[in-house]
Write a protein that binds this ligand. Sequence first.
Ligand code: HEM
Length: 397
Amino acid sequence: MPATSELTYSPFSKAIFDDPYPVYRRLRTEAPVYRDPGERWWVLSRFADVASALRDWETYSSKLGPAPENPDDDGRKYSVISMDPPRHDRIRGVLKGFFTPRAVTAMEGALQRVVDHHLDRLTPGTTVDAMEAFAFSVPTDVIGDLLGVPHADREQLRVWWEAFLTRHEGEVTMPPSAIEANRRISSYIGDLIEARRTEPGDDLISIVLQATFHDPEIGDDRALTPHEVLMFCNLLSAAGSETTQKLISNGLVAMHDHPDQWQRIVHDHSLIPAAVNEALRYDTPSHWVARTLTRRVELHGVTMEAGDWVLLLLGSANRDERRYDDPDRFILDRPRGTDVYFGWGIHICLGQWLARREAQMVFEAVAKKFPNYAIGAHERVLTATVRGYTSVEMMLR
Ligand code: HEM
């Protein structure tokens, strides 16, 4: 795009979603507080601004939810992701011990079994669609095992989640197919919850059902309401698989495009955790989160009013040249500090350690079995916020 062309950014444009980085660069330089032409939201794109907004939940509220095209008007549409403290902290607290690094270490054996199951059946010398072969199924099985979703239903659930997130070119509203998918997911998870209510197991749904916490509003301990349980489990089932699928596939494409870095990984597996962090930064799965302002904010000479929507572009923050040297290259030895690919502040991704460990195990299996893999044709899916592929041709060698 020539520098003289008009600067327009829409999160729902397929052309931009296919390669958002040139537009992100222009936003950071020319309009760090960008106003959507339809006046629906502001867009912050610099790392420092995005990180400060993520930390300041009192000003940048999550109360109306993460999606301006589908606001949470009555506080019932989403779970913790559309709550502010103190409600947010109480519900999130129910599972805070479940996803810590130590808890994920305890899951190590189970995670490795899932990864081995999908990668051991692949044969060197063949060509596969990496999405179908393992990138869809590893995260879907990991969260499916944790939630106790029967094997036979997992692919259906994944397809519904993809339909829920998919958007049509240029359209801001949710398409009917996304609304219908959402209805089916809620109904399916609702049935699963009812089954656990009568027959509890050691899965996450049973843990959420049995948890109690102190609720100062009623001055007593209480369990989550049926609606709170449903929304929390819905969120886990989506967040647990969609983004991690993209991390795995975006990372494999990025490392294929940077063969010198990949060869270092092949010869030294201790670099894999750094490779996963760099994949999260370089081609991040979650491109933006949204907030609404609780008060007027002045930033870079621009005034945003209370009640306005603001998109925080994580995908742009991760490529900000003010924060990262040579940001458009995949560099394993990059010094690390605060990164915002999992968000930051009170809403920082609950499943970040789990997602990292899944991707690390997949990259390690590929490094061992297919050190000279190649990538062929790959096709992206247009979704609301999650950027990644729907198919990736991979030559296994
Ligand atoms: C590569 C994989 C993942 C990425 C890139 C990712 C990204 C994110 C981001 C950016 C947020 C912050 C949203 C906001 O600030 O509004 C978030 C929140 C969240 N994530 Fe993830 N996520 C991933 C995997 C997972 C997994 C595996 C789980 C669970 C099993 C999970 C569960 C959650 C939950 C429950 C929240 C809401 C936390 C809150 O509002 O307090 N995520 N994630």
